[in-house]
Write a protein that binds this ligand. Structure first.
Ligand SMILES: [Zn+2]
Length: 446
């Protein structure tokens, strides 16, 4: 799939906040959700946040020990600060569709706004929310917006979810599980069974991949039934528009296979019907396509012929849940994504600027690195059909292979191929992606 969690930015690994900054959940939070809706606006050069409203939602699925994410991940971060003490009590990294749009040619000539929202456990006392954005050329985070919330204000809207929910794969207490909510798009009232079948297949497909297979009892998958007026989803390039729950469509940023929707608040409304942490949307379509954005949402067609449905789930889930980068070359018109001298924050690609900061670097000690580093470029890569050494079945050792992050040169990946690369030729994650998935799961279940 063309792009997902790319930001125009290249990201350096910033300094990690002091260790052990975690706070006690019961001291600062109530077991329900606060949601801050806003509009993310601007163009290629500028960025603005405009507040929409604050909402109280009934459930909180999150782990009570994983409150402040100290990892330098995402193109954005938000921090929730206890107003009285000045203490950071919750923080997350995330990417957005708006972010990606800022790297498109359209953003050079026009400004745009997209509805977004963030969720965090409901604070007991007044808080200050800060938004940060990563600077493209240096990889450092800059504060862009601050908003103070009076938690007792009667303007905090109380949402009352009323949609029916279905347990697809339930294993226990959400606080100790990765909680995935599965949402239908383009399924009519009469197609409920078709959606539920797809939702079951989705859960099994994700759990079928290594290392998710080792954590079957650490995942909850639940579905919310939100039918659409019409069956299928919109295909602008064919002048085909359908009235659906989320208004998802192909041809996002004029890329045929990039299937997304712009109103993130609408999917948050639907997700709020269950305790959730991760949102995946299944679309009632046979046309190849989808997308996944880190800590935002994932989406893809549920009926693509052959193995592509399952492989697409796994690829997009890697973007969504772990923030894995695309390991392939080409496929996007977006430029200035990765810069020499700036280490990408994603676990599975490197510019070699600071590989030591990554698990991958520890997996290939520095003294073995020269041997592992493949400077031969994409032309000689055995996975490139045009290479004289072309051999897609060649067994690989973990290394540093040139090509990745859409670039032929200067960005490297751990294996010649992986689920995050050309997944039509492979059906597993490379060891670096496997390790990153494990580390992410551990944050949610500890
Ligand atoms: Zn990989």
């Amino acid at each position: 799939m063309k792009k997902r969690n790319i930001l125009c930015a290249a990201f350096a690994l910033g300094l990690v906040a002091a260790a052990n900054a975690q706070v006690k959940f019961e001291e600062f939070f109530l077991p329900k959700t606060m949601r801050l809706d806003y509009y993310h606006a601007g163009d290629a050069q500028s960025e603005h946040f405009f507040v929409d409203e604050v909402i109280e939602e009934p459930y909180w699925a999150g782990n009570k020990h994983y409150l402040v994410d100290e990892r330098p991940v995402g193109s954005h971060q938000f921090k929730v600060i206890d107003k009285a003490s000045g203490k950071i009590i919750y923080a997350r990294g995330f990417n957005t569709l708006f972010n990606e749009w800022q790297c498109t040619p359209e953003a050079k000539t026009t400004a745009k706004a997209m509805p977004e929202g963030i969720v965090f456990p409901y604070p007991k006392n007044d808080v200050i929310v800060e938004f940060y954005t990563r600077e493209n050329s240096t990889g450092t985070m800059h504060k862009k917006f601050t908003y103070e919330i009076d938690v007792d204000s009667y303007f905090v809207r109380k949402s009352r979810p009323s949609l029916s929910t279905i347990d697809i794969h339930y294993t226990g207490n959400p606080a100790k599980r990765v909680d995935v909510v599965i949402i239908p798009e383009g399924y009519t009232e009469a197609e409920k069974d078709k959606f539920l079948e797809a939702a079951k297949a989705f859960a099994e497909d994700i759990l079928g991949y290594h290392p998710y297979d080792e954590y079957r009892d650490k995942f909850n998958f639940r579905a919310v039934w939100a039918p659409s007026e019409e069956s299928g989803i919109s295909i602008p390039g064919e002048h085909l528009w359908r009235s659906t729950a989320l208004d998802a469509h192909y041809y996002t940023f004029d890329s045929e296979r990039y299937q997304m929707f712009e109103d993130y608040q609408r999917v948050l409304d639907i997700a709020a019907n269950v305790p959730y942490e991760i949102i995946y949307v299944l679309t009632n379509s046979q046309k190849y396509g989808g997308g996944g954005i880190f800590n935002f949402y994932g989406i893809s067609a549920a009926n693509i012929p052959g193995a592509s449905t399952r492989k697409t789930y796994s690829h997009e889930f890697g973007h969504l849940f772990v923030g894995l980068a695309d390991e392939y070359v080409g496929g996007t018109e977006m430029s200035d994504l990765y810069f020499q001298g700036v280490e990408p924050w994603e676990a599975n690609i490197t510019t070699l600027a600071n590989l030591d900061a990554k698990a991958w670097g520890r997996m290939i000690p520095a003294d073995q690195r020269a041997k592992a580093t493949d400077h031969s470029g994409w032309e000689l890569n055995p996975q490139n059909p045009k290479s004289p050494d072309y051999n897609p079945k060649k067994p690989w050792s973990l290394g540093i292979y040139e090509g990745g992050g859409y670039l032929q040169q200067g960005v490297y990946r751990p294996w010649p191929n992986c689920m995050m690369n050309w997944f039509h030729r492979i059906d597993l994650y490379c060891p670096v992606c496997v390790e990153a998935i494990r580390e992410t799961i551990d944050l949610y279940i500890k």
